[in-house]
Write a protein that binds this ligand. Structure first.
Ligand SMILES: Cc1cc2nc3c(=O)[nH]c(=O)nc-3n(C[C@H](O)[C@H](O)[C@H](O)COP(=O)(O)O)c2cc1C
Length: 143
């Protein structure tokens, strides 16, 4: 049984909390999960997997974090075709342009975004968002 990988970057812990809840949902859904901070994993680890999740807050000016997550996602794009990818992340003040751009980019690379769109939350995840994360984890486990 293949593990569900959840790879994230988080500066102040909001997106990390979402990653951990998604992992909890995966386990509740009966699969093993691996939560990995992006600097500690190579994109190749995802290459043979058909389902995984990526998380990153809105950084810069509505972009992914540039030192680790952006190059990681650029590599994932090369083999994203046919994969089912869950997306999630926190934001602070924008209108979630970063997430729309991220969804579009992976769709253009041939991936399917699980549930059609990423989970976004303003700042710290509230209970409703944490529940959505659990549900996403269960969905990933069932795919
Ligand atoms: C350098 C920097 C740039 C940011 N740029 C944006 C932005 O363009 N749009 C936005 O909505 N929030 C922006 N934020 C706010 C973060 O997305 C927000 O604080 C988020 O909750 C951080 O998530 P984390 O705790 O997982 O790091 C920025 C934060 C920092 C530190």
């Amino acid at each position: 049984m293949s593990k569900i990988f959840i790879v994230y970057w988080s500066g102040t812990g909001n997106t990390e909390k979402m990653a951990k809840q998604i992992s909890e949902g995966v386990i509740q859904g009966g699969k093993e999960s691996e939560v990995a901070e992006v600097s500690g994993i190579k994109p190749e680890a995802l290459k043979e997997l058909s389902v995984f999740a990526l998380g990153c807050p809105s950084m810069g000016a509505e972009v992914l974090e540039e030192e680790f997550m952006e190059p990681f996602v650029a590599e994932v794009e090369k083999f994203a075709s046919g994969k089912k990818i869950g997306l999630f992340g926190s934001y602070g003040w924008g209108d979630c342009e970063w997430m729309r751009d991220w969804e579009e980019r992976l769709k253009n690379a041939g991936a399917e975004i699980v549930n059609g769109e990423g989970i976004t939350v303003l700042n710290e995840p509230d209970d409703e968002t944490l529940e959505k994360c659990i549900e996403l984890g269960k969905t990933l486990a069932a795919l």
